[in-house]
Design a protein around this ligand. Structure first.
Ligand code: ATP
Ligand code: MG
Length: 273
């Protein structure tokens, strides 16, 4: 197994609960993401966040992004002793919203300007990302003139430019053909590994895709009583460490029998939720 250690806690979900009109949606959700350190490599973090429809993934996602407050508990980032604020965590929504009346370049300069006061430095950074993501020839186009995949890349760059290394991606794999799915998986890993502190949480229904990009998987579900009835309020019932299982950082891991075995295990657990 590749040698690795864990550094500081980058994101902490601390006993988060959420109720609507007294009805529990999330109950005592706790989880954390630590800096994964590999000697000689820049290694970001990717967490795949899974769970049945209606379990509360989007609700937790919004709390982690600082968009909604929890009823109790809190989310902190980078060990700072205050709840996460909107804007610290980039959100790549499913429809990849961009400013339609601005060009690709203008959209990205606007995002970069939120973190970088020096406009020359901001411009250089944007140009570097555009090259890196094969979009340099699209800089002068408007979002409506991009393909779906180009738009997705543009939205990812936009969010990474204006957040603090954190990206939440909502269903980035839905509606993609096989090639685009593989490209998106590769892209997520590439973005993660651009900086040691980059941390991406991918909310998805695609267990195989999640397992192929993530170093950890979180599975959200509910507890059951002795009669098998679901108790109200969900939390993270299972955390899978793919590094420990030797399922990370190997090219073509998805073709390996041990990977397929792992996906089967997660699917079985999912069915039992
Ligand atoms: N404003 C609201 N008021 C009351 N209940 C809400 C509100 N918003 C969401 N809920 C409830 O919270 C629960 C979790 O919803 P959420 O959207 O987080 O599910 P999800 O896991 O993202 O599902 P999916 O995979 O289908 O997107 C649902 O039962 C939903 O009805
Ligand atoms: Mg949802």
């Amino acid at each position: 197994m590749a040698s690795h250690t864990y550094g500081k806690t980058l994101l902490k979900i601390d006993n988060v609960s959420l109720e609507y009109d007294g009805r529990p949606i999330l109950k005592n959700v706790s989880a954390e993401i630590k800096d994964v350190i590999r000697p000689g490599c820049t290694t970001g973090q990717v967490v795949g966040f899974l769970g049945p429809s209606g379990i509360g993934k989007t609700q937790l996602f919004r709390i982690v992004a600082g968009l909604n407050p929890p009823t109790s508990g809190r989310v902190t980032i980078n060990g700072v002793d205050r709840p996460v604020q909107a804007g610290q965590v980039g959100v790549v929504a499913q429809d990849y919203p961009l400013f339609e009346h601005r060009t690709v370049l203008s959209n990205l300069l606007l995002a970069a300007g939120q973190k970088e006061n020096d406009s020359k430095v901001a411009h250089d950074k944007v140009m570097q990302y555009l090259t890196e993501f094969e979009l340099s020839d699209k800089a002068r186009l408007y979002p409506v003139q991009l393909s779906g995949g180009q738009r997705q890349r543009c939205a990812i760059i936009q969010q990474i430019l204006c957040s603090d290394h954190f990206l939440l991606m909502d269903e980035p794999f839905s509606g993609l053909d096989l090639l685009m799915l593989e490209r998106t998986c590769a892209l997520i890993q590439k973005v993660a590994n651009m900086d040691e502190l980059n941390t991406i949480i991918v909310v998805t229904h695609d267990i195989t895709a999640a397992a192929s990009v993530a170093d950890h998987l979180w599975l959200m579900g509910r507890d059951h009583d002795l009669n098998g009835n679901c108790l109200p309020g969900s939390h993270i019932v299972e955390t899978y460490d793919l590094i420990e299982r030797d399922l990370c950082w190997e090219p073509n891991i998805i073709t390996q029998p041990r990977f397929m075995e792992f996906v089967r295990e997660v699917k079985d657990r999912f069915r039992g939720l």
